[in-house]
Design a protein around this ligand. Sequence first.
Ligand SMILES: Cc1cc2nc3c(=O)[nH]c(=O)nc-3n(C[C@H](O)[C@H](O)[C@H](O)COP(=O)(O)OP(=O)(O)OC[C@H]3O[C@@H](n4cnc5c(N)ncnc54)[C@H](O)[C@@H]3O)c2cc1C
Length: 432
Amino acid sequence: METYDVAIVGGGVAGLTAAIYAARAGKQAIIIEKQDRLGGRAITNKKNGAYFNLGGHALYRGDALATFRELELNLPGDQPSIDAYGIWKGKLSVLPMGVTSLFTTPLLTWKGKMEVAAWLAKLAKLDTHQYDQISLREWIETNLQDPMVRNVFYALLRTASYAMAPDLQAAGQVLKQLQNSMHGVLYLDRGWGVLVDELRKKASKCGVHFLIKNKVNRIEHQNGMVQHVLCEDGTRVSARNIILTTSPAIAHELVPDAEATALHTWKEQAIEVTAACLDVALRRLPKPKQQFVYGIDQPVFLSNQSRAAYLSEDGAQVISLIKYQGMETNSEKDLQDLEQTLDLVQPGWRDELVAKQYLPKITVCHDFMHVKRQENPGPAVPEINGLYVAGEWASHGELLVDAATASAKRAVQHILSHEEMERTPYEHRNIV
Ligand SMILES: Cc1cc2nc3c(=O)[nH]c(=O)nc-3n(C[C@H](O)[C@H](O)[C@H](O)COP(=O)(O)OP(=O)(O)OC[C@H]3O[C@@H](n4cnc5c(N)ncnc54)[C@H](O)[C@@H]3O)c2cc1C
């Protein structure tokens, strides 16, 4: 039986990124994925000629984009305009996103406009780390005076993180995401499936092996060292290092005696963020100006992704709607709220419908930077030599897919540094 240097459980963005970086460092790497295709939550489905991601996806200017650029991935797409509307008391109003809209918006008083103008100037240079330990609510209530300015910030920051938890969300990380979004986001032509495809091609080229449609059932370890990955069909993959990119709950389930490891803390402290997502492809837009909308007094968001990316083969417009969910969800009510949002923004949309996708409750992240976190997960599981975690929840301050790529690189870096240390004679360690 061949022994791999690195076996990676899960072939989403984190797994693919880890495999590429390990292979580029000369390591024999294998990805084991339970689904019949790679990509995890970054896949794209094609329906009636329209490309639907699993809910609206935007690439921020953070770690993921920098990583994909470093890997020289070919990711065509464009930056959408930020001219936006807000929904307040059932009506659409221009949102203050720039200088012109700031002066024309009916949502704010003169004093409110002055406060937003000051923040627009200040935000780009803000040291967001100083707010890492306080909640988003505390930041908003302490730093913003005007009630409507507060409402607008709650809406913008909810969209930046997908979390409906202002009392738990650490302010620093989400303010950083808002800062990144001020440089514009990227919508990808033909959806994030292209990104997955590019990562897969890069991984294959580097010599990464794949075991697809094979669920991992157990991680075998002995005397504090990883040994094998055991798959559902009986396949046993021998590996010196194993990176788990599953959810923290599944990682805990896969590892015998996980209660005695940090995996237990990471599972217990995790707070899941979910959303209801409605995507529609419309032959034409009944209201062509209304393409980008934040709910202010309701937790919804709408974006016509086709305004910046090629997302259908016959010119249909692909609109993504999201309802941010708290602890309690109601699939029918969420769909009703999303359809009502479409009725308001694009009245008559049903007559233009080409394709539709509804995801009643999808996990956006298994955990995020919240004020109740005891510690940041990973990269190494300290109690078991050679065991690592990565994935969007293994964040050390990054958000969403930025956390997936950053945590994957952290795990590989740790493996390489650990090997380097093992090669160094004991008396020379810790000298540098
Ligand atoms: C609705 C929605 C909107 C989003 N919008 C954005 C956005 O705008 N911007 C942004 O940056 N991010 C966004 N994200 C987040 C982004 O999609 C994720 O951060 C990223 O795709 C997560 O990658 P991952 O590899 O960490 O996890 P996953 O993609 O979940 O990959 C984990 C993989 O592990 C596999 N697996 C699990 N258990 C096993 C097992 N036992 N054996 C083998 N394989 C297993 C799974 O099948 C899966 O393929 C959004 C997510 C959602 C759901």
